[in-house]
Design a binder for this molecule. Structure first.
Ligand code: FO1
Length: 314
């Protein structure tokens, strides 16, 4: 069975760990979000690609959900001692090696997809991880604060501000000119199912779908999504702040309607939102079941349910 997953960071990575257990024989291709990428100290940092690679490769810091296990922050401390900014982004010493290797390869002319493949030779995530595009896309957020109305990098809004200042607009800069990375459209076309994990529907899944050609390719397939919202709140992260920015209510129903029946064929909601399954959503088959990924087994059960629903709908 060939499965394609459009994944962002922590939620997507944890879902993928369950999917691997639920479908050990499946050929899984992950199309990773790169809108969160940021250049820091001359290095290209790819948070969502690294979170998937480390989580599936066994190198993730389980408690944080991002960055490396057994991490130290000596370089970060030294940079702060020089008073260089930004001091608000936690680049660990082990993690820096990934960004140094990535940046070296990019500077040597390798596309991000080739770099990601090379990094995965070490981590062996057990899936094919492809960035959504090899072109530069960077999500920026428009806010108004004491310095007036301005655009800041998504990571500054997310990490330094903790999304505490309303996002007036969320703009994936460069996405209109971006091309799907080699293999992305082919993997989607050959897939038996495309799964939308409980990643951020705006800045992760939404950004991947915004790469020209991707949404149309995905919409042609059997697509099942897993709600990132349970009982009106995101399980983790600040998807509510992102949904508010685009005028979408933070609910399992609203996110499915936002994706739309032309994209989604099936939608899993938590038992807290069973009413959505009872009432139904036009054009989308809704099922309710526990959606908290409390451990790998729970994530595997959710992934299995998503695959079963996809099988019903194919
Ligand atoms: N998230 C934080 O909340 N604080 C951090 O200091 C931080 C550092 C960081 C470093 C590398 C990396 O790959 C991810 C990191 N993240 C941090 C998470 C990151 O902001 C998010 O994973 C995504 O961009 C949103 O999904």
């Amino acid at each position: 069975m060939r499965i394609v997953v459009l994944a962002g960071g922590i939620g997507g990575a944890r879902f993928l760990r369950g999917l691997k257990r639920a479908a050990p024989e499946a050929e899984i291709t992950v199309v990773g979000n790169t809108g969160d990428d940021i250049f820091l100290f001359g290095l290209k940092v790819c948070p969502d690609l690294d979170t998937v690679m480390y989580t599936l490769g066994g190198g993730i810091d389980e408690e944080r959900g991002w960055g490396r296990a057994d991490e130290t922050f000596r370089v970060k401390e030294e940079l702060a001692a020089y008073e260089v900014e930004p001091t608000w982004f936690g680049l660990g010493d082990r993690d820096l090696a990934t960004h140094i290797v990535r940046t070296q390869m990019l500077n040597a002319g390798y596309p991000l997809s080739a770099v990601t493949e090379a990094l995965c030779h070490r981590w062996r995530p057990g899936v094919r991880l492809i960035p959504m595009t090899d072109d530069r896309v960077e999500t920026h957020v428009v806010i108004t604060d004491e310095r007036g109305r301005r655009a800041i990098h998504f990571q500054e809004w997310w990490v330094r501000l903790r999304a505490s200042v309303p996002a007036e607009a969320i703009v994936p800069i460069g996405v209109e000119e971006a091309k799907p990375a080699p293999g992305v459209l082919e993997a989607i076309a050959e897939a038996d199912a495309v799964l939308l994990p409980p990643s951020n529907p705006v800045v992760s899944v939404g950004t991947i779908l915004a790469v020209p050609g991707v949404r149309e390719a995905v919409a042609a397939k059997t697509v099942v999504g897993v709600s990132p919202i349970i009982g009106g709140a995101p399980v983790r992260g600040m998807a509510d702040a992102c949904l508010a920015a685009i005028g979408v209510e933070t609910s399992a129903r609203a996110v499915a309607e936002h994706y739309g029946p032309e994209l989604l064929d099936g939608w899993l909601v938590d038992e807290a939102d069973a009413a959505v399954a009872d009432e139904g959503i036009a054009g989308i088959a809704v099922r309710s079941r526990p959606l908290l990924m409390t451990d790998v087994g729970a994530a595997a059960d959710i992934a299995r349910a998503a695959l079963e629903l996809a099988g019903e709908l194919r």
